[in-house]
Design a protein around this ligand. Structure first.
Ligand code: XMP
Length: 499
């Protein structure tokens, strides 16, 4: 890759650099990629697969940010179905965060290993309440350890007597179609089709329940062939922890809920706090989970976090849309230069790099990957979609959603106490908060699936312009050209009136 900038590396260890010899830091708008001869005939001929961490691969290089206006279970489910992954934010109590992880892990699987159940003595009212809370359309009715029937929404639809025992309205065991525990998904599909049923309980010879295969899961699998899944067919999900007291208990709760990736989330990731937390998590959790650490903006940062046990490193100090770290502290590195330097270190160490912040359109995604990142993390762009937490709001006749920096004043105040699980303070010391982020609104952009398909479509076109069939080929073929303000102006629509 012929990029004439590795500004931070240029500083080296030398003390001799005078104030006029500052290295140059560039970001996305400072460069364009030079088109290369291409043998790609269709955008379908390229692969967007890429490593997220040492052991997890994604089919699209997009990670949703662990911000409380971006990622809870709905966003994480949508991202994983599309082939990326979501990172559940940590700005709530550990059990609530773990519950969000559990929702993603339950969203689909080859076999539902612990299906929702209800006792035979329960009433119709109790069954309706349970279905509402668990957001499920069916319950297995159990008598002790034995399956005695299945209750679905259809059984309850016209039932007027809320006090009736479920045993009287369920489909009883004698009428149930069941299969042995080793039934394959294809065999299950044939049985479900033949009997026109939606749930297939798996029972062994002693009648013990081993799980359920559902038609819904099979349909999901067909609809989302690129989905990011674990070996049990469950969607993969990540979740963030901090580095202050209580982070280990939070990580353990997340692990129990089935989390695949833990993100050690701190603004200055090249700090002893972050390095120690990464090392401690690695030591205590072993290989049970992948660890991403960050954020850093230098090769040394990548090296120190990788040495502490990180399986991927997040890069970005100050590029985010809602960040004011650079204004408040004077620190940061323009994102393209930071990626180039960090990616070289990541490559040497076999640690993937996640370019975090500042992605405004698919062109930035392509540039970030071309500069060496394996994936990008996106905040505000995704905050505008249906699946982000929070409501849409109307302003001057247009729809918006909120995106707020996790170091903004509002986020600082609302998270006091929740990181450690302590009771929030009754009075907030406003003077003690130095905000490094802002609260903003972003245009409502519809469903995340549509937005991701535009982003990935842009990436596929980008690969084709580079003559690359894969992201590593894009990185190998990438040649950047620096542009001027005139070039930036020329790159957008100009001299026309937009309709
Ligand atoms: P985008 O540009 O995608 O960036 O919205 C999302 C990333 O911004 C970071 N982030 C912050 N950075 N102050 C900061 O300096 C903040 O309050 C803040 N909140 C989020 C974070 O890395 C996120 O993924």
């Amino acid at each position: 890759m012929a990029v004439p900038v590795s500004p931070i590396a240029a500083m080296g260890e030398s003390d001799d650099l005078g104030p006029t010899e500052f290295p140059l830091g560039l970001t996305f708008d400072d460069v364009l990629l030079i088109p290369r001869r291409s043998s790609i005939r269709s955008r379908g001929d390229v692969s967007t697969a890429t490593p997220l961490t040492r052991r997890i691969t994604l089919n699209i290089p997009i990670v949703s940010a662990n911000m409380d206006t971006v990622t809870e279970s709905a966003m994480a489910i949508a991202l994983a179905r599309a082939g990326g992954i979501g990172i559940i934010h940590r700005f709530n109590l550990p059990d609530r965060q773990a519950a969000e992880v559990a929702k993603v892990k339950r969203a689909e699987s080859y076999v539902v290993e612990s299906p929702y159940t209800i006792g035979t003595g329960a009433t119709v009212a109790e069954a309706r309440a349970a279905m509402r809370v668990w957001d499920t359309g069916g319950l297995l009715v159990m008598d002790g350890g034995a399956l005695v029937g299945i209750l679905t929404e259809r059984d309850l639809l016209f039932e007027d007597d809320a006090q009736r025992p479920v045993a009287e309205v369920m489909t009883p065991r004698a009428q149930l179609i069941v299969a042995p525990p080793n039934t394959s998904v294809d065999e299950a599909k044939a049985i479900l089709h033949r009997h026109k049923i939606e749930k297939l309980p798996l029972l062994d010879e002693q009648g013990k329940l081993h799980g359920v295969i559902t038609s819904k899961d099979i349909v999901q699998r067909q609809q989302h062939p690129l989905a990011t899944k674990d070996r049990k067919g469950r969607l993969r999900v990540g979740a963030a922890v901090g580095v202050r007291s209580g982070y280990m208990a939070r990580a353990e709760a997340l692990l129990k809920a089935g989390v695949d990736v833990i993100v050690v989330d701190i603004a200055h990731g090249h700090s002893e706090n972050a390095i120690d937390a990464t090392r401690t998590l690695r030591r205590q959790l072993g290989a049970a989970v992948e660890i991403i650490a960050g954020n850093v903006a230098t090769a040394e940062g990548v090296e120190d976090l990788a040495e502490a046990g990180a399986d991927a490193v997040k890069v970005g100090v100050g590029p985010g849309s809602i960040c004011i770290t650079r204004i408040v502290t004077g620190f940061g590195v323009p994102q393209l230069s930071a990626i180039i330097e960090c990616a070289a270190a990541g490559q040497r160490l076999g640690v993937p790099i996640i370019a975090d912040g500042g992605i405004r359109a698919s062109g930035d995604l392509v540039k970030a990957l071309a500069a060496g990142a394996q994936t990008v993390m996106i905040g505000s762009l995704l905050a505008g979609t249906t699946e982000s937490p929070g409501m849409t709001i109307m302003r001057r006749g247009r729809k918006y959603k909120v995106s707020r920096g996790m170091a903004s004043l509002a986020a600082n105040i609302s998270r006091q106490g929740v990181e450690s699980g302590d009771k929030p303070p009754e009075e907030v010391d406003w003077q003690a908060v130095v905000a490094e982020g802002v609260e903003a609104v972003v245009p409502y952009r519809g469903d995340v699936g549509e937005m991701l398909s535009q982003m990935v479509g842009g990436l596929r076109s980008g690969l084709s312009y580079a003559g690359a069939r894969t992201i590593p080929e894009l990185q190998a073929n990438a040649r950047f050209v620096r542009i001027t303000q005139a070039g930036v102006k020329e790159s957008g629509p100009h001299d026309v009136e937009l309709t």
